[in-house]
Design a protein. Structure first.
Length: 695
């Protein structure tokens, strides 16, 4: 396996696996399309959601296209500067890779959105005709289209480009900075998809809850609420397209960082750089096969307990990767240490999911405590939710630290990269499990608005409840993978910049660390404020419709759903631009001002700060959400009680925490890291403007 021919063969096999995965995803999509969509009203509601979601995605991609063209021209233009000519990662090749990264990541989100919005009414109809097993089958198929598309498109593009540029240039070391452009393209799409989608979904959700449930006293997903369609559209743009792009970016970034770190690997004096560069691709290919087999395992049986089915799917995929990882490790290196790193990453991912479930599921005491505190008012609900989220950082960080230390002990810095690859190797099944939740949520809304038998809503609510837990687990998974990936990317940046150490005793580095630690807080402030602004427009629109047309609440006239959808769309597209620009410009500005040493310090400060914020916000938001649902199940007075009103307030505060700002933290640190990796060869050639801080 030490020859270029063997390397090319392995990459070709990986590319073939990715193509087969996309064909499988297409087959699943066709299966979803063939399902019965139910009554005429169910089909009409589904079409409203589908049209709103696709309209938002189309308009979002138009905005992203403008910024993307600027980045492409910048990357291509750098290659014509005489002092930078010949530096890997800048020029036409880097621009081409960036273009493919944005294209494939965008395609994954687009395909996933098509499947999800096609599946929602069909899940409700399946629950109506075949009960829980049928509803789970359709919802899981819809989510699996996104899961397999994410890993299929991500791996297909990266492996193909690495094969092409390695073959043309003749040296993997030259190809790494170039294909980092592919990772940058994925990160670019993920940032705008997560931020824009998060602002959209939470503006609609907050507006629908505060005016509909609190002020008007009508149920959730009541067709009289003008914001209800916008809310259902938001479930797709935030938790389908946004989440899919997020994990696609993590998936690609983990492989890129591992390739970069692997090119320095030696064992017992033997150069294993070629094997180390290709090994992550092989593990990712096996992970795709494991995800498909796990999905087939779930589809072979009629499951009455959705949580059990989804857990088994995850464990099946994990088991296949563990066994295959041992075989691949001995094949590539004649050593089992890489296998230990892969296994460590898998275990850390599972543990982080369990920790997130403990703090956000009503099966455990933390959520019940928040629900109990809601009896004494809104303030005590908020206090309990804040403390729960902050407390959750302890166990999360301990698990991350242990995982990082073990990976380093097993195989050095390359081991940390492999830990990230291991954690994300089951991304196909993880995204599938996570994506089924928004589909079930939409199905419940359609069942409510179509006035189906209450038994149908009970089934979809149970699916949605499990989906909330899987979403919380998925967010924990995203956070953990982001920590591993960003750390590996920072080390890869240090290698590319020839940095042996970054000294905190240097004023320039210390200043950069403080600036980096501030960035996630400032970014969070912008995104949460954006949700508030957009929600305010939504609230005023819903109030206006209720005031000007009393027939809406009486059920005699139809609300203007399209007006609310348009408000969320315009607000999200407007508000996502500034946070996106900050994430892109910050590493460039710090690199020019403070050089590679300062940029490394900024990345470390941002990593530490962002991880804490992400864990806190994800788990606080999830706990508030499920505390509200726990009360709605009949506890502490049930719906309409003072405790329920307090819980709705907590859930409203938690919405932008868990679905907008929290997930954006993962992308922020990964995007800044991959930009830094690409900039490293350029910055090495430059003298920092504030160079006096290092003298």
């Amino acid at each position: 396996m030490t020859t270029n021919i063997s390397m090319e063969v392995i990459l070709c096999i990986v590319i073939a696996i990715a193509v087969l995965a996309l064909l499988y995803a297409f087959n699943l999509f066709q299966a979803v399309r063939r399902e019965n969509a139910g009554t005429k009203r169910m089909r009409a509601l589904s079409s409203y959601i589908h049209e709103g979601a696709m309209a938002f995605l189309t308009r979002e991609y138009r905005v992203v296209l403008i910024f993307g063209l600027i980045v492409i021209m910048l990357l291509a233009g750098l290659g014509f500067i005489p002092s930078l000519r010949g530096i890997d990662g800048v020029g036409i090749n880097g621009a081409i890779c960036f273009l493919f990264g944005t294209l494939f990541s965008g395609l994954a989100g687009f395909v996933g959105m098509q499947a999800a919005t096609n599946a929602n009414a069909k899940v409700a109809q399946a629950a109506r005709e075949g009960g829980m097993p049928s509803a789970l089958h359709v919802a899981f198929n819809g989510g699996s289209v996104l899961g397999i598309s994410v890993v299929g498109f991500g791996l297909l593009g990266l492996a193909s480009l690495f094969l092409i540029f390695t073959f043309v240039l003749g040296d993997p070391r030259q190809a790494v900075p170039v294909v980092a452009g592919y990772s940058l393209g994925c990160s670019f799409i993920a940032l705008f998809a997560r931020v824009g989608g998060g602002i959209y979904t939470k503006a609609a959700d907050v507006g629908a809850d505060l005016v509909g449930k609190v002020e008007a006293g009508i149920p959730e997903d009541d067709p009289r609420n003008p914001a209800v369609i916008a809310d259902n559209v938001g479930d797709n743009v935030g938790d389908i397209a946004g989440m899919g792009s997020d994990l696609c970016e993590s998936y690609v970034g983990a492989i890129v960082s591992s390739i970069s770190l692997g090119l320095t690997v030696t064992l017992s004096g033997v150069d294993y750089s070629i094997q180390a560069a290709i090994f992550p691709f092989a593990v990712a290919g096996v992970g795709i096969i494991a995800a498909i087999l796990a999905q087939l395992f779930v589809r072979m049986k009629r499951w009455e307990q959705p949580q059990k089915a989804l857990n088994i799917a995850t464990y099946v995929a994990t088991g296949i990767v563990v066994v295959s990882g041992f075989v691949l490790s001995t094949m590539f290196f004649g050593d089992f240490k890489p296998f230990l790193c892969i296994t460590t990453g898998l275990i850390v991912g599972i543990l982080l999911g369990q920790i997130a479930e403990y703090y956000t599921s009503d099966s455990y005491p933390k959520v019940k405590e928040i629900a109990s505190e809601s009896q004494t008012g809104h303030a005590t609900n908020i206090i309990a939710g804040f403390s729960t989220g902050m407390e959750s950082t302890l166990l999360t960080v301990l698990v991350l630290v242990i995982g990082i230390v073990l990976s380093y002990m097993f195989f050095g810095m390359y081991g940390i990269g492999l830990g990230a690859v291991g954690m994300l190797s089951t991304c196909g099944i993880t995204v599938s499990v996570d994506a089924y939740g928004p589909i079930a949520d939409n199905a419940g809304g359609i069942a409510e608005m179509s006035h189906l038998d209450p038994h149908v809503r009970e089934i979809t609510d149970h699916l949605d409840s499990v989906g909330n837990t899987t979403a919380a687990i998925g967010k924990g998974f995203c956070i953990g993978s982001a920590a591993f990936t960003a750390l590996a990317m920072i080390v890869a940046f240090a290698n590319a910049a020839s940095l042996e150490s970054i000294s905190l005793l240097q004023p320039g580095v210390l200043v950069a660390v403080l600036f980096g630690a501030m960035l996630p807080y400032f970014f969070t402030a912008l995104t949460i404020r954006s949700v508030g602004k957009a929600a305010n427009h939504m609230i005023n629109e819903v109030r206006r419709q209720f005031k000007e047309d009393p027939g809406i609440l009486e059920g005699t006239t139809k609300p203007d759903y399209a007006g609310c959808v348009d408000i969320s769309t315009r607000a999200a597209l407007k508000e996502m631009i500034v946070p996106g620009c900050i994430a892109i410009v910050s590493p460039i500005a710090v690199g020019i001002l403070l050089g590679c040493q300062g940029l490394g310090g900024m990345l470390m400060g941002a990593l530490v700060s962002a991880i804490m914020l992400a864990v806190f916000m994800a788990n606080s938001g999830g706990a508030w959400d499920n505390a509200k649902k726990f009360i709605e199940s009949g506890q502490f007075g049930g719906k309409g009680s003072d405790a329920h009103k307090a819980a709705v307030t907590g859930d409203t505060v938690g919405d932008p925490f868990k679905d907008t700002a929290g997930p954006a933290m993962d992308i922020l640190i990964k995007l800044m890291s991959v930009i830094s990796l690409m900039l490293a060869p350029v910055l090495v050639q430059m003298t920092p403007i504030l160079n006096f801080l290092f003298q």
